[in-house]
Design a protein around this ligand. Structure first.
Ligand code: C2E
Ligand code: MG
Ligand code: MG
Ligand code: MG
Length: 281
């Protein structure tokens, strides 16, 4: 830590590169340790039906509670886990626990789990998912997997084949962060998606940006005409919720409805206790 604190005073580029490398080394060691010691915790954030306002799903979002640095964002440690070859192990952990957790919720509430493109490479994803379902007893129809467009960039037919297999079991497949990658219509048609999640950047700009509104409207129309569920991320304000509802979006997810929260709190909310909107993230 002493090294980190001194970073601002480093005199040369080489010295600061050295500090950055050491910093990364440290984080790598800590992440390996965290995976072993249970310092990773799954938080759950509700997806709410915009018409009925009922919770239909919770998304599992990983948190790393670092002993010295506090809670570290998955935006930081997931890429690191991918680089270190830890993503399969972490992915298995999330799938197993998320399925178990969902068993404590009412039957109509699903759970969605983010899956890294790298988890499609080694051939274990299908069996990992099936094991998570059978060991928990969760029906396949209550599990959704979220993938980004990066998965569709993977070479060869494998991701498509694996997704089709998963879908054949009854598992839902969501296209996450839609609109930020290399979205192509042919992907939507050639992969077995059941849901599109509009990226939060469009929702957060909706009030001041006609282009964002145009994109949102177009995606909702497209999704609906393909028979898909359309969800919007990053719903923070009533104005955004109202717009999305009027345009016919199916589900909303965002701070307006609830932050990602620890499993015990999510379970209360899932079972009908009023949602707390305080900052649990
Ligand atoms: P994502 O799957 O797109 O998840 C949505 C992100 O938006 C979450 O960030 C969530 O906390 C945040 N969010 C939700 N509502 C709002 C809102 O109203 N306003 C704003 N500004 N943000 C909102 P989070 O939890 O930091 O996760 C970031 C990303 O890390 C996720 O993006 C996902 O790509 C990845 N991730 C998280 N958990 C896992 C995991 O278990 N496995 C893998 N492979 N990736 C994960
Ligand atoms: Mg997601
Ligand atoms: Mg997303
Ligand atoms: Mg994202």
């Amino acid at each position: 830590a002493a090294k980190t604190e001194k970073r601002g005073t480093c005199k040369s580029f080489a010295a600061s590169m050295d500090a950055a490398a050491q910093e990364k080394n440290r984080l790598e060691k800590d992440l390996r340790q965290a995976v072993r010691s249970g310092a990773l915790e799954i938080y759950y954030q509700p997806l709410v039906n915009l018409e009925s306002e009922r919770i239909e799903c919770f998304e599992a979002l990983l948190r790393w509670h670092h002993p010295e640095r506090g809670t570290i964002s998955p935006e930081v440690f997931i890429p690191l886990a991918e680089e270190l070859g830890l993503i399969d192990q972490i992915g298995r952990f999330v799938l197993t626990h998320a399925c178990q957790e969902a068993m404590t919720w009412p039957d109509h509430v699903k759970v969605s789990v983010n899956v890294s493109p790298l988890q499609f490479r080694n051939g274990n994803l299908l069996s990992t998912v099936i094991n998570a379902l059978s060991s928990s007893g969760l029906p396949a129809g209550r599990l959704e997997l979220e993938v980004t467009e990066a998965v569709l960039m993977e070479k060869g037919p494998r991701p498509a084949a694996i997704l089709r297999n998963l879908r054949a079991f009854g598992i839902g497949i969501s296209l996450d962060d839609f609109g930020t990658g290399y979205s192509s219509l042919s992907y939507l048609l050639n992969y077995p998606f059941t849901k599109i999640k509009i990226d939060k950047s469009f929702i957060l700009n909706l009030h001041e940006d006609t282009t964002s509104r145009a994109v949102i409207r177009a995606v909702i129309g497209l999704g609906r005409s393909l028979g898909l569920t359309v969800a919007a991320e990053g719903v923070e304000r009533e104005l955004e919720r109202d717009y999305l509802r009027e345009e016919g979006c199916t589900q909303g997810q965002g701070y307006l409805y609830g932050r990602p929260q620890p499993s015990a709190e999510a379970a209360l909310v899932a079972n009908g206790y009023p949602m707390e909107r305080r900052d649990a993230a």
